[in-house]
Design a protein around this ligand. Structure first.
Ligand code: IMP
Length: 427
């Protein structure tokens, strides 16, 4: 039985939510291992749009178990509001959502601190308090879900929050937080160990993406967690041998939000066209996303960092009307041709990208479910991506809807028996 990780291969917003929801059909448990409510995972089911920030995206299917691992940082109100909203939409979580008792809490002072630090650092963060919470975790002064369960939790925060309206309001809610969290809190490592013993299939859901990973991304313009596959083991308390396959998700072009280097960025009308056609505005913050051509140098680096076995390409249809498509295949750094992603963000900023051009396909790929009538030039573009990366394309997402997806033979290698399971689920 193979477990699978679904991980962003660019700078986030690749459309992981839909993919996790779709492939969750083949798994028993969906586990988030890092990030917090900086994420916005969009899932569209029968025309209805749901945006999840903390609840694992695979939980729309009845009977699936969701895990919010110790590597996730949780803002109590954000989680409880999300649960309430989803319950109002008809979903139930008690008994099937488990939150690690070791997960760190995002508290009001983390947001206050971030507001100040952003004035100096200007990373372009989501201002959700994510960074300061991970800072406190590493500095060994964080507060975790297990601390919330202790009767002295509010007393520990009182000296800092007394006299501050927002802080005092938070403290008043502590009994409610404790009561609600006690429905879900557990030792998720033990829960997963038991599930593994019982041959349950695990799906690991990444948030943000490999190029925003705190170690391997475009540091310091990154988030503060280990988004790449390496974060799964520590973020859930399972051995790395249980991570069997990794599916990377990449758009057919590139976007990023916030500051930081972005070698293939287009600041011209072509960039505007991608943004408008692709509705590239943050699902949570509404911020316009920076847009550019697919950067294969960065993508190859991401496939290496997370050990991606296959790729899912999303939003190819956004390029349907372009006369010409391009992809970055090489950088020029200070007069030298390079194919490795540089460590220093200043070096990345000095890189110019050598683009390979492709004729557009000028026909509709939106909503396709099969390869019949799939345009030849689009096929050639995908073939080039596979050849360059030496990673097969397993899936092509052709709209936000669950079923608008084309599966390629590589899908069976990352999700064994999937064809059989899909058929039995449909019968
Ligand atoms: P933070 O995660 O709020 O600390 O933000 C750090 C960087 O990661 C900023 O550039 C954010 O825009 C980016 N970021 C955080 N979460 C997401 C996401 O879900 N999608 C895309 N970018 C994100």
């Amino acid at each position: 039985m193979s477990n699978l990780a679904v991980i962003g291969a660019q700078w986030g917003d690749e459309g992981k939510g839909k993919i996790v929801d779709l492939v969750s059909l083949h798994f028993d448990i969906v586990a988030r291992y890092q990030g917090g409510h900086n994420a916005g995972h969009t899932v569209v089911i029968e025309g209805k749009t749901y945006i999840l920030q903390l609840i694992p995206s695979g939980m729309f299917r009845g009977g699936k178990i969701g895990i919010i691992g110790n590597g996730v940082v949780i803002e109590p109100n954000a989680l409880l509001t999300e649960i309430k909203k989803m319950e109002a939409a008809g979903f139930r979580f008690e008994g099937r959502l488990h939150i690690s008792d070791r997960a760190h809490l995002i508290l009001p002072h983390h947001r206050w601190r971030e507001k100040e630090s952003e004035k100096i650092q200007n990373i372009g963060t989501t201002l959700r308090g994510i960074g300061p919470t991970y800072e406190d975790k590493s500095a060994r002064r964080g507060m975790r879900v297990c601390d919330l369960m202790q009767s002295n939790f509010a007393d520990r925060l009182l000296p800092m929050y007394k006299g501050n309206a927002e802080g005092e309001e938070f403290l008043e809610q502590v009994p409610k937080f404790r009561a609600e969290f006690s429905k879900y809190a557990c030792n998720c490592s033990s829960f997963l160990a038991e599930a593994i013993r019982n041959e349950k299939r695990l799906l690991f859901e990444g948030a943000q993406a490999t190029m925003l990973d705190v170690d391997h991304g475009t540091y310091p313009f990154v988030t503060s967690s280990s988004c790449a596959a390496g974060g799964i083991s520590t973020g859930l308390g399972i051995g790395p041998k249980h991570i069997h396959k990794v599916l990377g998700v990449s758009k057919a072009y590139a976007t990023r939000v916030g500051s930081g280097p972005f070698p293939s960025e287009l600041t011209d009308l072509t960039g505007d066209k991608i943004r408008n056609r692709g509705k590239e505005f943050g699902s949570i913050t509404g911020r316009p996303r920076r847009c550019g051509w697919l950067d294969l140098v960065a993508l190859k680096y991401a496939t290496q960092i997370s050990g991606m076995d296959a790729l899912c390409i999303t939003k190819l249809d956004i390029l349907d009307e372009f006369d010409e498509i391009a992809a970055g295949v090489e950088y020029d750094l200070d007069g030298e041709k390079i194919h490795e992603f540089p460590a220093s963000y200043e070096a990345v900023e000095r890189c110019s990208v050598h683009l390979r051009k492709f004729p557009g396909w000028k026909s509709n790929t939106y909503g396709l479910k099969k390869l019949d009538n799939f345009p030849l030039n689009a096929r050639k573009y995908l073939d080039f991506i596979e050849d360059y990366l030496q990673v097969p394309v397993a899936m092509l997402s052709t709209s936000p809807e669950r079923d608008d997806t084309i599966f390629f033979p590589a899908f069976d290698t990352i999700c064994e028996n999937s064809t059989q399971r899909t058929q039995s689920a449909q019968s």
